[in-house]
Design a protein around this ligand. Structure first.
Ligand code: URA
Length: 230
């Protein structure tokens, strides 16, 4: 790869900025000054810019066990963003693949790979998301059937897609949905005159939240987990 492209990819500099930086003698390759933007480098070369040794970085895939009182947005005036928890340097801004409410905990997938994120969030892909739900009132007897048929949410024209409800106790259930309408889980239970008091996401597609992660902890996804989404 050309040195100027390598520099852009690793740092986010534009091609013009990279060429200028290299031309001014701001970059060394394997210990020697390299002033030619067209010089060829490989990932075996040691390229140093601004005192930093640069490495070509592949896309990043992360699972976070989202804690309470954090927002799934990059900026918020009042609350901590989940991206503040992932304290790493990245080439391009990270994306949150399927947001959670401030008071929802659990599996949040974070990446800089737009296509991968899209395959989780696109309504067309109908990627399943499993939530552990704690309720204020006991579940009605026909709850499983009602969720399977689809539920009419307030303000919507069509019922939700069929969802799978697994009852764990009168006040606790696992719910798998295949879409991501605004506050969907809370609104589905509200439509049955119930109220969600705790909501925790355990699974997205084939990716299951790692039980060893405490709230607020994260890790990189394995290759298998990344591939499981595609
Ligand atoms: N449904 C909700 O109501 N809230 C979430 O955070 C996720 C799904």
């Amino acid at each position: 790869m050309r040195l100027d492209k390598f520099l852009c990819t690793c740092t986010g500099l534009t091609r013009i900025q990279a060429k200028r930086t290299i031309g001014k003698g701001g970059v060394t390759v394997n210990g020697a000054l390299q002033k030619s933007p067209a010089a060829k480098v490989t990932d075996q070369c040691e390229v140093v810019y601004d005192g930093r040794s640069l490495k070509l970085q592949g896309p990043i895939y992360i699972m976070l066990n989202k804690p309470l009182d954090t927002v799934s947005a990059s900026l918020d005036d009042d609350y901590r963003s989940v991206l503040g928890i992932i304290d790493i340097e990245t080439r391009i801004p990270l994306l949150i693949a399927g947001r959670l409410d401030m008071d929802t905990t659990g599996l949040l997938l974070i990446t800089d790979d737009g296509k991968w994120s899209h395959s989780i969030t696109s309504p067309k892909k109908e990627c399943g998301k499993r939530y552990r739900v704690t309720l204020a009132e006991p579940l009605v007897d026909d709850a499983v059937e009602l969720f399977a048929k689809g539920i009419m949410l307030r303000g919507e024209r069509e019922a939700t897609l069929p969802a799978t409800l697994e009852i764990l106790s009168p006040l606790e259930a696992l719910l798998t949905i295949h879409e991501g309408k605004y506050h969907q889980v809370k609104r589905m239970f509200a439509a049955l005159n119930n109220r969600v008091v705790e909501l925790h996401r355990e699974q997205v597609g084939n990716i299951v939240l790692d039980e060893t992660l405490e709230l607020g902890e994260w890790r990189y996804l394995t290759e298998e987990e990344v591939g499981a989404v595609r």
